[in-house]
Ligand binder design. Structure first.
Ligand SMILES: O=C(O)c1ccccc1N[C@@H]1O[C@H](COP(=O)(O)O)[C@@H](O)[C@H]1O
Length: 206
């Protein structure tokens, strides 16, 4: 099971978390987020050891700006968390692999994914709230059984330090990994290695 650690914004913390060996690290380029990484020096991201894939998180950003940011930070993926259409995802995905976030509360929300089939490299299922992301709230994972698409997905939304065992019970052929964020923080954008390390150890046993 792959692990993405999202919402990084402090150079020292980025280095410490990178040493734990996540598969993906995420940087939020949404100015209204308390985890906004727009002031981060590109070197802090570019210097990440290569096995770690770099993901930029965007909300209703223009294609031009996403590409500009991707070049600046040498991003490997764009995670789109807004109202981006399948066509917008398809166009960008030809240039930069797209992870499209889908807001989930009910099974009906998963039906929405059909429109994105073939338009993005992966999906990310996050909890539907009044915000675009980073709510720290979990949705009912039983709902995942209603997803019958072929695009792999990351499971996200309110995954916390005590959830490794619960994740063990989630079985789905397209489950590619999990994405963690706010519940591993001591303040927005600062991840606690003391919480991440045991979680990662437990995940490895899955
Ligand atoms: O974290 C944010 O501030 C954020 C803002 C706007 C879009 C996405 C954001 N974060 C993403 O939200 C999910 C779930 O986070 P959490 O575990 O519930 O805190 C995660 O994919 C983050 O990348």
């Amino acid at each position: 099971m792959k692990l993405k650690i999202c919402g990084m914004r402090e150079p020292e913390n980025i280095r410490a978390v990178a040493a734990l060996g996540p598969d993906y690290m995420g940087f939020i380029f949404y100015p209204l987020s308390p985890r906004y990484a727009g002031d981060l020096s590109p070197e802090s991201v570019r210097a990440l050891p290569r096995p770690i894939r770099r993901v930029g998180v965007f909300v209703n950003e223009t294609e031009q700006q996403v590409i500009r940011t991707a070049v600046h930070y040498l991003l490997d993926y764009a995670q789109l968390h807004g109202d981006e259409t399948p066509e917008e995802c398809r166009r960008l995905n030809r240039i930069l692999p797209v992870i499209k976030a889908i807001a989930v509360r009910t099974e009906a929300d998963l039906a929405e994914t059909q429109r994105y089939e073939g338009c993005c490299t992966a999906l990310l299922f996050d909890t539907r709230t009044e915000r675009f992301g980073g709510s720290g709230r979990r949705f009912d994972w039983n709902i995942l059984n209603a997803y019958s698409g072929e695009t792999p997905f990351l499971l996200s939304g309110g995954i916390g330090p005590g959830d490794a065992e619960r994740l063990q019970a989630v079985r789905h052929p397209q489950l590619a990994g999990v994405d963690v964020n706010s519940l591993f923080e001591s303040k927005p954008g600062h991840k606690e290695c003391g919480l991440l390390q045991p979680f990662i150890e437990q995940l490895k046993t899955l």
